[in-house]
Design a protein around this ligand. Structure first.
Ligand code: C2E
Ligand code: MG
Ligand code: MG
Length: 566
């Protein structure tokens, strides 16, 4: 503290300062411009005040901010206030006084904090406001985190989930129906949480339209929560459609900071914000990785390539008639010491953007070839793998040279390496790329059209490009409102592929009902979670041991020549 002035004034100030520092209660004074003017030792210790702190920084995350909003100031009304605050496990009563010049010009605010934790009035109003949210009566943010810690400490062996919720377009709701209706909605939600509560539930209104909930995992039932919410909203009679998002984080480590648990739940929620087909999202490392990817740099990727941090996973492709594996797709993963296992969606686009995709793809193809050579050595020459070729690589490298060079280097039979390409490869120079594909096929490679039916697929392309295998995109197998139509579309795709002598692989199949559907329409090869997620090489080898392996090449030839009914 300090100020300029004459000698006498200065002496007086030093005396005042010494007196203030003797007080065990924090004292702070801000001027009309919200700059700190006076504070004592206790304020420094408890509130972390330092020279240069502004009022805005000071009140962040405390309930004081309600009192210090510009609207209030303009009204020139608040002269004195008493508020409670919960900090570091203690309850403080804040006595505040504002100074106004002629009831017009705001000149600053003076605050003294009284520690009332041990006083008799623990249960009085002050304590209540220190720990509760005024509007809904739920616990406030700070106290919520304290209670979460307490419940977790007392139940070390029980599993818990942290849920963050947020109402879509709440601002709009307020604007259209008014603040009062908005408040009523928040109160209704709060009541509902209260009604549903069971032992060891902790919940809070964190801010505005965001609620947080801790509950034992055993109590968590997404369906129920969603239904309950719909019920409240429809009973409240709002004409607007209200969408409440939930993010769920399953607590793995009870000692993580509760605030971090909440942040993770909220991060999950953010991943579906704006989507009307989803209400709940679960936190997983992928969500975290996606966040991290935003800061990925080219240097980091280059280093990762050099340090050999990219590995291959393999997803089995299965014959639905006998569960035999007929091949696998090579999918790249980044095993980063810093970021964990990172999926291609996080980094492939970046590689494509800066042209480094040539290096990454070549690296992955090389890993695939090495693996095929190893299997041949070990007595499994019939095993096949497919590799992904970025459309960019049709333009950035001499594809034929590089791929043929690789199989020769590792002594791999081209029939064992299937090439997955996408339609975008043909966008610029159809003729040249078609010739390239033809040359690769003549060399013995099978060529597959990946993601067929996603984006702007053009059936027209199929007429000119002779592809061996059509990979039906997974969006054909997503949940739909109209399963009959969806089945018809899939059936005609399969029929079309057959009529053009192509085999079909259905990608992204997760449910049994879809397997039945594929059987009905005559598609017999499936790659999807229903059978298996992408596996490490070791896991894939184990999978082959239990499921058996067929010779892909013969299989595809048979299908193409229609010796075998697909
Ligand atoms: P893709 O080539 O279409 O590969 C299939 C993707 O679908 C894989 O995702 C796989 O894990 C996922 N998938 C398979 N079955 C299911 C299912 O039943 N449900 C769901 N939800 N997903 C399923 P992944 O491994 O994350 O790869 C994503 C994309 O990244 C690939 O799509 C491919 O376009 C690209 N990619 C992967 N590896 C490479 C590579 O080495 N080079 C290049 N250029 N791109 C690659
Ligand atoms: Mg693929
Ligand atoms: Mg695909």
């Amino acid at each position: 503290m300090g100020n300029s002035g004459t000698k006498n004034e200065l002496d007086l100030m030093h005396i005042k300062a010494a007196v203030l520092d003797q007080m065990s209660s924090p004292v702070v004074v801000f001027d009309g411009e919200d700059n700190i003017q006076v504070y004592n030792e206790a304020a420094k210790r408890l509130l972390g005040i330092a020279d240069g702190v502004t009022l805005r920084e000071f009140v962040q995350n405390t309930n004081l901010r309600y009192l210090l909003t510009p609207e209030r100031r303009r009204m020139g009304r608040t002269k004195e206030f008493h508020m409670a605050a919960y900090m570091n496990g203690k309850v403080y009563l804040i006595h505040g006084k504002e100074r106004w010049e002629n009831n017009e010009r705001y000149q600053g605010v003076f605050m003294v904090y009284d520690d009332i934790t041990d006083q008799e009035n623990m249960k009085n109003e002050a304590t209540y406001y220190a720990t509760h949210d005024k509007l809904t009566g739920l616990w406030n943010r700070d106290y919520f985190f304290e209670m979460v810690q307490k419940v977790l400490r007392e139940n070390p062996d029980e599993r818990f989930v942290m849920i963050a919720s947020d109402i879509a377009q709440f601002k709009l709701f307020n604007e259209i129906l008014g603040i009062r209706a908005g408040n009523e909605l928040l109160i209704t939600i709060a009541e509902d949480y209260r009604r549903l509560r069971r032992s060891n539930w902790v919940f809070s209104r964190v801010t505005a339209d965001r609620f947080a909930l801790l509950m034992p995992k055993a109590d968590y039932d997404e369906e129920k929560i969603r239904k309950e919410f719909h019920r409240i909203v429809s009973e409240a009679g709002y004409a607007l459609h209200i969408h409440n998002y939930y993010g769920v984080y399953e607590i793995k480590n009870h000692r993580l900071e509760p605030e971090q648990m909440y942040n993770r739940a909220y991060l999950a929620l953010e991943s579906i914000k704006g989507r009307l087909d989803k209400e709940a999202a679960y936190y997983d490392e992928r969500i975290r990785a996606r966040r991290l990817a935003e800061h990925l740099t080219i240097d980091e990727l280059e280093h990762a390539l050099k340090a050999d941090e990219f590995v291959i996973y393999i997803q089995p492709q299965v014959d639905i008639e006998n569960n035999h594996v007929i091949g696998g797709e090579t999918l790249v993963r980044w095993l980063s010491p810093k970021r964990g296992l990172v999926p291609p969606s996080e980094f492939v686009p970046l590689f494509e953007k800066n042209g480094m995709i040539t290096k990454l793809d070549y690296h992955v193809w090389e890993l695939a070839c090495r693996q095929l050579a190893k299997w041949t050595d070990e007595g499994y020459p019939e095993r096949t793998l497919s590799i992904n070729i970025s459309a960019k690589n049709f333009y950035l490298m001499d594809l034929y040279e590089r791929i043929v060079g690789l199989v020769e280097k590792y002594g791999v039979d081209p029939q064992r390496l299937k090439l997955e390409i996408t339609e975008t490869a043909f966008v610029l120079d159809v003729k040249r790329q078609m010739e390239l594909v033809k040359r690769l096929q003549n060399k013995g490679f099978l060529v597959e059209m990946d993601d067929f039916g996603s984006g702007y697929s053009s059936l027209n392309n199929l007429k000119d490009i002779s592809i061996d295998v059509l990979k039906l995109d997974m969006n054909f197998f997503e949940k739909t409102e109209n399963p009959q139509r969806s089945e018809k579309i899939i059936a005609s795709m399969v029929a079309l592929a057959k009529s053009l002598n192509m085999a079909v692989i259905a990608e992204g199949v997760e449910e049994k009902s879809k397997i039945e559907l594929l059987r009905r329409v005559g598609c017999r090869i499936v790659q999807g979670y229903y059978y298996s997620k992408p596996l490490t090489v070791k896991q894939y080898e184990a999978y082959l041991e239990t499921h058996g392996h067929e010779d892909m090449w013969n299989y595809i030839q048979d299908i193409k020549e229609r010796k075998m009914e697909q």
